[in-house]
Ligand binder design. Structure first.
Ligand SMILES: NC(=O)c1ccc[n+]([C@@H]2O[C@H](COP(=O)([O-])OP(=O)(O)OC[C@H]3O[C@@H](n4cnc5c(N)ncnc54)[C@H](OP(=O)(O)O)[C@@H]3O)[C@@H](O)[C@H]2O)c1
Length: 314
């Protein structure tokens, strides 16, 4: 039996529950793709799953290999997969129910994987899928953002926020982003027409009659947002919306990213290769340092994406 290295959650809780293990290499079943992982992206959902926040939703049997965002090379494909071939450079998401991305090999569904952008290396490609898909589905599916509309993005300097700014500008919307002081220039460089320092200024005193609020923060930031939305406008949130108390005439849309999104991954790859979308990586870790990477994701206020490097260029 072929073996591989992988990071597994052994018990729900702190990052000390992540172990660097030797496990059997998985095989793809029907509709699945086995990828040799060159790099794996780190997302907030990874540490939230590790903490057990989603154990009512996803029934993982522990220990489980963690991680979704992946870039690498197709090793083999299961029955019925004719969109991808062995040897192809790809990016997308592995599925933790199959075999997660923090590993030397990962399994994903074929419709969650697409050819990698031609202009990116594996490290940068692995940083893209979840955040870019979430930004896309929030703005275009959840809020139906139209050219000329105004959109306020809370958390503009974060993983999802950076793509949301760029995608909204590509759609010819007027973009306002909130961020902390250190990141204001960053969000402007990504294309925001206006940047608001959320710690220094009350955004609700700065803007009004907004068509779309994209809420990536929640809590009192979301609660203070209803008053700045025009009648008929939309608040779309990746962190949930309340059951009640939403002002009459405003639509509140929760987003749960559908990661079986290879056609969106193809469009995003095209936008990256053509130039409108820039990709940046903040910090690179070894696979064995996954616990450290999740600590930074959870507590370190990262300024951009964190990536685990699994294969080093020779
Ligand atoms: N529902 C879904 O399908 C889905 C998909 C993807 C992500 N998510 C969730 O969406 C959220 C954002 O994800 P992400 O990957 O973008 O996270 P991230 O990379 O950790 O970014 C979060 C950003 O929010 C900023 N921030 C914190 N408090 C703020 C405030 N009061 N006002 C404005 N900005 C504030 C942070 O800036 P500072 O560090 O400078 O404070 C940081 O730049 C996470 O909770 C994630 O779990 C949900």
């Amino acid at each position: 039996m072929e073996m591989m290295k992988a990071i597994r959650i052994h018990a729900y809780g702190g990052s000390e529950n992540l172990k660097f293990d030797e496990v059997p290499r998985p095989e793809p079943k029907s509709g699945e793709v086995l990828i040799q992982v060159y790099a794996a992206g780190v997302n907030p959902i990874d540490w939230k799953i590790r903490e057990g926040f989603f154990k009512q939703v996803y029934d993982y049997s522990l220990p489980v290999i963690v991680g979704a965002d992946v870039a690498g090379v197709v090793t083999s494909v299961g029955d019925g997969v004719n969109t991808l071939q062995p040897g192809q450079a790809v990016y997308g998401t592995a599925d933790m129910m199959l075999s997660g991305a923090y590993a030397e090999y990962a399994l994903g569904y074929a419709d969650a994987i697409a050819p990698m952008p031609k202009t990116l290396d594996y490290l940068h490609a692995a940083s893209v899928p979840i955040v870019a898909i979430t930004a896309w589905q929030s703005l275009f599916d959840g809020a139906n953002l139209q050219p000329g509309q105004s959109v306020l993005i809370h958390g503009g300097a974060g993983g999802v926020g950076r793509y949301a700014i760029q995608l909204a500008k590509w759609k010819s919307a007027r973009v306002i982003a909130t961020a902390s002081a250190a990141n204001l220039n960053d969000v402007k460089n990504l294309g925001a027409d206006r940047a608001i320092d959320y710690a220094a200024q009350a955004f609700e005193e700065q803007v009004k009659d907004i068509d779309v609020v994209l809420d990536l923060v929640g809590g009192e930031t979301q609660a203070r947002s209803w008053q700045i939305i025009r009648p008929g406008g939309v608040l779309v949130s990746t962190v949930g919306v309340p059951q009640s108390g939403i002002p009459h005439g405003i639509q509140a849309v929760p987003v749960f990213a559908n990661l079986r999104a290879n056609s969106q991954l193809q469009q995003i790859a095209q936008l990256i290769d053509d130039g409108p979308i820039k990709v940046s990586v903040e910090q690179i870790f070894e696979l064995a340092e996954a616990a450290k990477a999740q600590e930074v994701s959870q507590h370190g206020h990262p300024r951009g994406k964190l990536v685990l490097q699994v294969v080093h260029p020779s």
